[in-house]
Design a protein around this ligand. Structure first.
Ligand SMILES: C[S@@+](CC[C@H](N)C(=O)[O-])C[C@H]1O[C@@H](n2cnc3c(N)ncnc32)[C@H](O)[C@@H]1O
Length: 297
């Protein structure tokens, strides 16, 4: 096992992760992960270990049950995953190829709600696995992706690097700007910098919500929780009502200075979930699983 120098964020909190890799030829990939951690000042320490046995589903389950620290896996295709509760999760942006190519079509409710163009500047303030950021970025817009959890930020940065090697994805990758930050702190900072604030046209919010709000409690209708969301529930909590208010209000303040004069905040909720911060939306779009609430400013 190799220990690497520690890095710290302003709060001093450090996440120690165990990184399993599967063959000796992956040193370059490990170094590249270390460079991402250093360059983006992620408070992460990687403890690397060559896995001599096959990481079967059973072994992953065992590892996640016995280890007190997050477990990462660099597989034989150099894809970085997080092993959470025996499940292996990663952004897997390549799986969104069909949606990315056809984005802009009516089927993407998110794009109907966000109404962005190639000239737009968007903040996805709760990036998660970055799936919605990809859809937003597929329009040609620039997307700042904020993610508060260092582990998630590392998964995003590693995925961006992996996908940037594929010629068809390079342009889209260059429009995504990943930052490990809490959205509220970022908004406060951005709000105090004159020119920066005028460039944001849309803020997109998809905060965590209680696990039981995905389905209607009476009818049982609604979405099942997918493995990506299950994993995220291990890391992040839903905001309190007061935090929801702060998030929505500061997002509105940011887009109110949109250079295009058409600022809006778009909030994603499970179809039957209550409104964010109990604030009525200007317009909503929904299907049988999700709802997008638009706040026009
Ligand atoms: C529901 S997930 C978002 C999923 C995302 N839309 C996607 O397509 O993968 C919420 C994510 O937002 C992050 N998050 C929640 N509150 C945040 C905040 N205040 N600032 C930055 N990130 C936040 C959580 O850590 C989590 O990764």
């Amino acid at each position: 096992m190799t220990d690497v120098p520690q890095t710290y964020d302003e709060t001093g909190a450090v996440v120690h992760c165990q990184l399993f890799y599967v063959n000796d030829s992956q040193q370059a990939q490990i170094e590249s992960l270390q460079s991402l951690i250093a360059e983006h000042k992620l408070p992460i320490v990687l403890e690397t270990e060559l896995s001599t046995e096959k990481l079967t589903q059973k072994r992953r389950q065992q590892l996640s049950q016995t280890s007190s620290q997050p477990i990462l896996l660099l597989d034989e295709k150099d894809k970085l995953s997080w092993i959470s509760d025996g499940l292996s999760v990663s952004p897997e942006w390549d799986k969104l190829q069909r949606r990315v190519v056809s984005a802009g079509r009516k089927s993407e409710l998110l794009l109907q709600a966000a109404k962005i163009t190639a000239d737009s500047h968007v903040i996805d303030a709760t990036a998660g696995f970055g799936h919605d950021s990809l859809i937003l970025g597929s329009t040609g817009a620039q997307v700042i992706m904020l993610e508060q959890q260092p582990l998630m930020a590392l998964l995003l940065l590693a995925e961006q690097e992996r996908m940037s090697a594929l010629p068809n994805w390079q342009k889209l990758m260059s429009r995504l700007h990943i930052t490990n930050a809490d959205a509220l702190s970022y908004f406060t900072e951005t709000g105090s910098v004159e020119n920066k604030q005028s460039t944001i046209d849309v803020v997109y919010l998809d905060p965590m919500f209680p696990e039981d709000s995905y389905q209607d409690s009476k009818t049982g209708k609604g979405a099942k929780v997918g493995k990506h969301m299950q994993a995220l529930h291990q890391l992040a909590c839903p905001p309190t009502l007061e935090e929801e208010r702060q998030l929505l209000n500061s997002a509105k303040a940011i887009v109110s200075r949109s250079a295009q004069g058409q600022g809006r905040v778009v909030v994603k909720r499970p179809q039957f979930a209550p409104l964010l911060a109990e604030q009525p939306a200007s317009e909503s779009w929904h299907n049988e699983a999700v709802r997008f609430d638009g706040y026009f400013v």
